[in-house]
Design a protein around this ligand. Structure first.
Ligand SMILES: NC(=O)c1ccc[n+]([C@@H]2O[C@H](COP(=O)([O-])OP(=O)(O)OC[C@H]3O[C@@H](n4cnc5c(N)ncnc54)[C@H](OP(=O)(O)O)[C@@H]3O)[C@@H](O)[C@H]2O)c1
Length: 322
C-alpha cells in the first residue's frame, strides 16, 4: 500500500530520512480493526520521530502519523484515537506506563490503511469533514485536556496561550474562546498575531511582552523560550499547564522562587483519553467550532507539509488526504 515512512533518523536534517513510497498491507491482530484512511494530519511529533526521538533504529521503517479519519471495516465514518494502551490497562490510558502513540510502537496513519485496537475508533459526526476530523486526535485532544481537564479554568477566567501559530496553540485559542474564557496569545510573528485575533484571541502580544493583567492559567507548549514569561504572567495561585517544549527542555530561568512564593501549580499534560476525544468531537458538533486548517495537501506531497512544520511556517493544521 501507499505509505509515508521514516527510513532513518537525523537530528540536523530530519527530512532526509522521510520516504514517500510503499509498505506491506497491515494485518489486524485479534481485537484490532483496519481503518481506511481518508485524511491524516501532521504534528510536530512527526518531526521528532524523524529526529529519532521516541524511536529506535530497529523499529525502522516506521510509517509516520498519529492522526487519522476514515472508514471502519463496516463503512462507518470514524476518527482514530492515537493513544494505544496495554489491553490489560483500565482507567485513564494516558497514565498507562506501557502506552504509546501510533507511529511509536505500532505503524502510523500516513498510509492507505492503519490497524488499531477496536476501542480506538470513535464515530465521526457527518457535520465534520474528514479533513477537520483528522485534526483532532493529537493537537486538538491535547488542547482539550489541557484546558478542560487540567487547568481548573471556568468560563469567565483568563488564559494565556504561548506561541500562537502551532497546531496545539490554535486549538487552544479556538476552544478557549468557544468556552467563554478571556484569551491572550503571544507569537513571535506579527502576521500570526493578526491571525490569532481572527480565530478568537481577545488580545495578542509579542513573545515576552507584559500582559494587561495576570492570568488564571497559562497554556505552554513552546518550552524554554517562553517559560519564564509564562510563570511571570500568572496570578498568585494560578496554574501553568505544560504539554510541549518545542524550543528546548531547560529554561535558563526556571523561576522556582516565584513558583513557591506565589503558590503556582505546574501541571503536565499528555494527549487525552478516548472519552475526552469523544467529548471533543461532541463539543465541535454542538458549538459549530471547527479546527483551523493551514493547508490540505495530497499525501503524495507529504514532504511539502513536513517541511512547513519543521520550519515553523504554519498557522493551524496541515492535513494530508488520500
Ligand atoms: N504532550 C503531548 O501529548 C503533546 C501533544 C501534542 C503536541 N505536543 C508538543 O507540543 C509542541 C507543539 O506541538 P504542535 O504540533 O502544535 O507544534 P507546531 O505546530 O510545530 O507549533 C510550534 C509553535 O511553537 C512556537 N515556537 C516554536 N519555537 C519557538 C521559539 N523558539 N520561541 C517561541 N515560540 C516558538 C511557534 O509559535 P509562533 O511562531 O507563533 O511564535 C510555533 O507556531 C511540540 O513540542 C509537540 O511535541 C505534545
Amino acid at each position: 500500500m501507499f505509505a509515508v515512512y521514516a527510513e532513518s533518523f537525523s537530528s540536523d536534517d530530519p527530512l532526509s530520512g522521510l520516504v514517500v513510497g510503499e509498505r506491506p498491507d497491515p494485518v489486524a491482530p485479534e481485537g484490532w480493526t483496519t481503518v481506511t484512511v481518508k485524511a491524516a494530519s501532521l504534528n510536530h511529533h512527526d518531526i521528532w520521530s524523524l529526529r529519532g526521538v521516541g524511536l529506535r533504529d530497529e523499529q525502522l521503517p516506521m510509517i509516520l502519523g498519529c492522526d487519522a479519519a476514515g472508514y471502519d471495516e463496516d463503512g462507518h465514518e470514524v476518527v482514530v484515537h492515537a493513544v494505544i494502551s496495554d489491553p490489560s490497562w483500565t482507567g485513564d490510558e494516558t497514565h498507562d506506563p506501557k502506552r504509546s502513540l501510533l507511529s511509536e510502537r505500532y505503524q502510523g496513519t500516513f498510509a492507505d490503511k492503519v490497524v488499531v485496537p477496536r476501542r480506538n475508533v470513535v464515530p465521526k459526526p457527518a457535520a465534520l469533514s474528514f479533513e477537520e476530523a483528522a485534526c483532532l486526535p493529537t493537537a486538538w485532544l491535547t488542547a482539550y485536556r489541557m484546558l478542560f481537564t487540567q487547568s481548573g479554568l471556568k468560563p469567565g477566567d483568563s488564559v494565556l496561550v504561548q506561541g500562537a501559530g502551532g497546531g496545539v496553540s490554535t486549538a487552544l485559542i479556538t476552544l478557549a474562546r468557544a468556552a467563554g474564557l478571556r484569551v491572550y496569545a503571544t507569537s513571535r510573528d506579527e502576521a500570526k498575531r493578526a491571525r490569532a485575533l481572527e480565530i478568537g484571541a481577545h488580545e495578542v502580544f509579542e513573545s515576552g511582552a507584559r500582559l494587561p493583567a495576570r492570568v488564571d492559567a497559562v497554556m505552554e507548549t513552546v518550552g524554554a523560550a517562553t517559560w519564564s514569561h509564562s510563570i511571570k504572567s500568572l496570578r498568585p495561585g494560578g496554574t501553568i499547564v505544560i504539554a510541549g517544549a518545542t524550543s528546548g527542555n531547560n529554561p535558563s530561568q526556571a523561576e522556582l522562587t516565584r513558583i513557591f512564593f506565589l503558590q503556582l501549580r505546574v501541571q503536565g499534560s499528555t494527549m487525552g483519553t478516548r472519552t475526552e476525544l469523544a467529548q471533543l468531537v461532541e463539543f465541535l458538533d454542538v458549538t459549530g467550532t471547527r479546527p483551523l486548517i493551514d493547508r490540505v495537501v495530497p499525501m503524495t506531497d507529504a514532504r511539502e507539509g513536513f517541511a512547513a512544520v519543521a520550519s515553523g511556517d504554519v498557522f493551524g493544521k496541515i492535513v494530508l488526504t488520500r
